[in-house]
Design a binder for this molecule. Sequence first.
Ligand SMILES: [Fe+2]
Length: 263
Amino acid sequence: MGHAETTYLAREAGEDGIIHYPPEEHAVWAELIERQQALLPGRACEAYLDGLDKLALPTERIPQLEEIDAVLQAATGWRTAQVPALISFKRFFNLLANKAFPVATFIRRREDFGYIQEPDVFHEIAGHCPLLTHPAFAAFNETYGRLGLEASKEERVYLARLYWFTVEFGLLRQADGDMRIYGGGILSSPSETEYALSGDPEYRPFVLDDVLRTPYRIDRIQPIYYVIDGIDTLFELAQTDLMAAVRTAMSRGLFEPHPSLIN
Ligand SMILES: [Fe+2]
C-alpha cells in the first residue's frame, strides 16, 4: 500500500475459485513458515501465538483466503479481501473500516526472502491474520480504517506512523515482564524477527505523541521500536481521540530522523 511501483503481480483465482500458485511459490511459503516456526517461540507475543494455533496455517502450501476467513469470522467477524499488489489509500481504509483485511495474492521471490517492502501474502496472512483473531487488534484496525477515511492527506501521514509503530513494527511488554513482538512487519521477516529483540535497536515506551512524530523508512531495518503494555493497549488506543492527538503532533512537528535513516 502506498508504494509508487512494484514488480509483483497478484494472482487471480481460476474458474474453480481457487488461486493456483506455481509449485515454486508454494515452496517459498513452506520455507518461510518453517523458518518462522523456529523463531516464534519466546519472541512472538502470546496473543499472536494463540491466533496462529487457531489459524493452523498449512506448512507445505499457500493457504486459500477462504480458509483464513472461516477462522477470522468466527473469532472477530473479520475477513480478508483479495486485492492487487497496489491499492489506493481510500480502498485500504475503506476495507479496514468494514472489517476486511486486504491481502495481495502474490508471494516474494527468493531474493526478497528476508524482508520485502511490498506486503505479500506471507506478510498479510502469517504476519497479521493471527492477531486479527484478537478483539483488541481487530478493534484498532477498524478504528484506523474509519479515521483514515475521514482524515486529510497530511493527517493520514501522521496516522500512518501510528500504524507503522504498532500493527507493522510494534513490540509489547507481557504481564510476565517479557518483551515480545506483535508487529506483522517483523513477524513476517525472518531477519527482523531475530534482530528486533536482539538488544541492538532502541526500545522506547509507547507515548502516542512521540510515535506520531517519529520518522521511519520502509526500506531500512528499524532502528527504533515502541513498546506497549500488552495487546489490550490497542483497545484503549482505539477508544482514544486519535485525531486530536494527530492535530497536536502536527502542530509540534516531526522529530529529527534517526541517524541510520539518513541517506
Ligand atoms: Fe502489514
